[in-house]
Design a protein around this ligand. Structure first.
Ligand code: SAH
Ligand code: DHB
Ligand code: MG
Length: 222
């Protein structure tokens, strides 16, 4: 099969699964619509990935979630929906406008009391979280600038307990991680290697399909 046929097939498979499980959800659709209207880049997780992450929240019995990279709050809505009523989530975002759009989307989703969006550079906000002893989190989703992933993993290790999950988005990136000449994927490669080699973690890099192949790294703290 040629590349174009493969791309179409991937999209059709993803769409098939989405159609099975996803009677369109007004709150999620509205979040995407307002993100688009606000000029935000369309780099949110897919509906299927959102469902996977919600399932992980539920399986882990997570009560406290940390997200690094909010954008318009689309993934935050999926994650927070897996929490129990008294569960809480903090999401870190560097861009004030993204954070504004996200807060509106979370409000519409009835999650403004559950999810706190903190604005600033995640490197600094994570240091504050460690310093102020705001951990442990039961699940951490890393999805901000890809160069930051190795540092975000270090910080995350200081904000978890045994049994916590650490997720990393975009860890296959259309296969660019395979190419040592791809400088942009260097940090992602390092992130995946460190998850694989860290004796404190048990994990997997799980390929995911959309219109291209990407992946999510899932690690459990031993
Ligand atoms: N999790 C979102 C997508 C996040 S896109 C979803 O799936 O719906 C990545 C986000 O990380 C962008 O909004 C970007 O502004 C933010 N970001 C980039 N660098 C950052 C940094 N250093 N600190 C905090 N946020 C950052
Ligand atoms: C990009 C970032 C993401 O977090 C994502 O899920 C997809 C694409 C990007 O920066 O291109
Ligand atoms: Mg992402």
């Amino acid at each position: 099969m040629n590349t174009e046929d493969t791309r179409v097939l991937l999209e059709e498979i993803d769409g098939y699964i989405e159609g099975l499980f996803g009677p369109s959800d007004e709150v999620l659709e509205a979040a995407l619509r307002d993100s688009r209207r606000g000029g935000l880049p369309e780099i949110n997780v897919s509906p299927n990935q959102g469902r996977l992450m919600r399932l992980l929240v539920e399986i882990a019995g997570a009560r406290r979630i940390l997200e690094i990279g909010t954008l318009g709050g689309y993934s935050a809505i999926h994650l927070a929906r897996g929490l129990p009523d008294d569960g809480t989530m903090i999401s870190l975002e560097i861009d004030e406008h993204h954070a504004d759009v996200a807060r509106n989307n979370l409000e519409r989703a009835g999650l403004s009391k559950t999810v706190e969006v903190r604005v600033g550079d995640a490197h600094e906000l994570l240091s504050d979280l460690v310093e102020n002893d705001e951990g442990p989190f039961d699940l951490i989703f890393i999805d901000a600038d890809k160069e930051g992933y190795p540092d975000y993993l270090d910080a995350s290790m200081r904000l978890v307990r045994p049994g916590s999950l650490i997720l990393g988005d975009n860890t296959i990136r259309g296969g660019t991680v395979l190419d040592p000449a791809e400088e942009t994927a260097r940090a992602t490669r390092e992130f995946n290697r460190r998850v694989a080699e860290d004796p404190r973690l048990s994990g997997i890099v799980l390929p995911l399909i959309r219109e291209r192949i990407d992946g999510i790294t899932i690690a459990r703290v031993l």
